[in-house]
Design a binder for this molecule. Structure first.
Ligand code: AMP
Length: 232
């Protein structure tokens, strides 16, 4: 009996170690490629952004290795720290596609994103590849142009979720996910005359484990179903 208990305890311990190992080496199943709308990033922030008004181009927030089971990204894995040694050619491209919208310290932002997210997919994409692949996807699926061509312009109109998601799906052939933020300028208890709304903040494209092929995004939206989406 004592032997049986000991063996059971050993099995449990081994399983826990295995789980810890998997988590620390950054096991992931797919990527979220998150692009943000800078005016919303700055509108929901407590301090103004360094660039005022912020640019009206969707820019990269991050490429996040994620898991279906917890429906969440994995973060802060063991791996190389950001070495700040991207090729100059890539750096100059990233300054356009992946700027630090909040304070203008681009390399600091890239470093934070790599250390938190990139370390979890280093087995697939090393530092240069991680940023290079992100830039390529940003360029290939130009959300700003896609919405412009569909006449979804940042003029302060309110949209249904599908109005915005559909034209993106038409171009990419895969379902994106939208992320919204509450509008800080909206009264907490709107009266009957003002329809409550939310702000369009981010557009997520989902990618296969290899980071090359788009797949449908499932359940990653943070927008509220019953609220219109303001794009401004
Ligand atoms: P994450 O964990 O990748 O979601 O990063 C969240 C942090 O990144 C927050 O502190 C945000 O304020 C910051 N952040 C998000 N987008 C940007 C951006 N474009 N420039 C600078 N900081 C950002």
């Amino acid at each position: 009996m004592a032997m049986l208990k000991l063996s059971l305890a050993f099995d449990v311990l081994a399983f826990v170690f295995f789980l810890c190992f998997i988590m620390s080496t950054g096991s992931y199943q797919y990527f979220l490629f998150v692009q943000q709308w800078p005016p919303t990033t700055c509108a929901v922030r407590k301090k103004p952004c360094y660039q005022n008004p912020p640019s009206k181009i969707f820019t990269i927030h991050g490429l996040w290795p994620s898991n279906y089971s917890k429906n969440a990204w994995v973060a802060n894995c063991n791996g190389t720290r950001f070495s700040n040694s991207l090729s100059p050619a890539l750096e100059s491209k990233l300054k356009k596609s992946w700027p630090d919208v909040e304070s203008g310290n681009d390399t600091d932002f890239w470093g934070r994103e790599w250390n938190k997210h990139g370390t979890c997919s280093e087995q697939t994409l090393d530092q240069e590849l991680y940023f290079q692949r992100s830039h390529i996807i940003w360029k290939a699926f130009n959300i700003t142009n896609i919405l412009q061509n569909a006449k979804i312009l940042p003029t302060g109109s309110k949209w249904d979720y599908a109005d915005i998601a559909s034209p993106i799906k038409t171009v990419t052939t895969k379902m994106p996910a939208l992320r919204c933020k509450p509008d800080p300028t909206q009264p907490k208890n709107p009266n009957n005359l003002t329809m409550p709304h939310q702000l369009l903040h981010e557009v997520v494209l989902c990618l296969h484990y290899n980071g090359r092929v788009l797949i449908d995004c499932n359940h990653t939206s943070t927008c509220k179903n019953n609220l219109k989406i303001l794009f401004q």
